[in-house]
Design a protein around this ligand. Sequence first.
Ligand code: CA
Length: 228
Amino acid sequence: MRILVVEDEVRLADYLRKGLSESGYVVDLAHDGIDGLHFAVEGSYDLVILDVMLPGKDGFEVLASLRSRRKTPVLMLTARDAVEDRVKGLTEGADDYLGKPFSFSELLARVQALLRRGASGGDSQGATLLRLDDLEVDLARRRATRAGKRLELTPKEFNLLVLLLRRRGEVLTRTVLAEQVWDINFDSDTNVVEVAVRRLRSKLDEPFESKLLHTVRGMGYVLERRQE
Ligand code: CA
């Protein structure tokens, strides 16, 4: 899951990046509205966190331009008690807002709720469950189980599993996985993918009879149920 943070207060932006990265998201930063809009339109993000007061273009201008081109969910950061900003943001296409100052846990809860909504296409709670064979992944609780047994995954392993599961049956290359899960764009660094896949496999497949995560030699990895 990739998140773009558009925030000109560098310390706050860095703090958000650190916290969100620790929660398993890939985070890009933009420090003004012009870069922010450019990244949001050109990049492929699951969510944009957008400050209202920005140099270059303010958050509302960025939102308006973005909305004419993309449906990426937007969480706006507004000044405390700026009720007009909130109303304006929501009527102009923001998906949620958070007044400053906020706690990180509050932000994370909003982020997770928006991503859930996006993932389920606005469906009911049930759509936050992904299943394949006896594997079940609960996106809301960030829990994965096989045959009812909890898999103890790190945030990166969890995100890797979700990506493979969302695109089940499709061979995903190391480069794609490196980009989507680790924000790494160099082939030389995709060794981290191999290491993580090995760890994920030891938890996901080794204890169980049927194997779900398969290596497609020379290409990448695919998650699917195969007849043994
Ligand atoms: Ca600001």
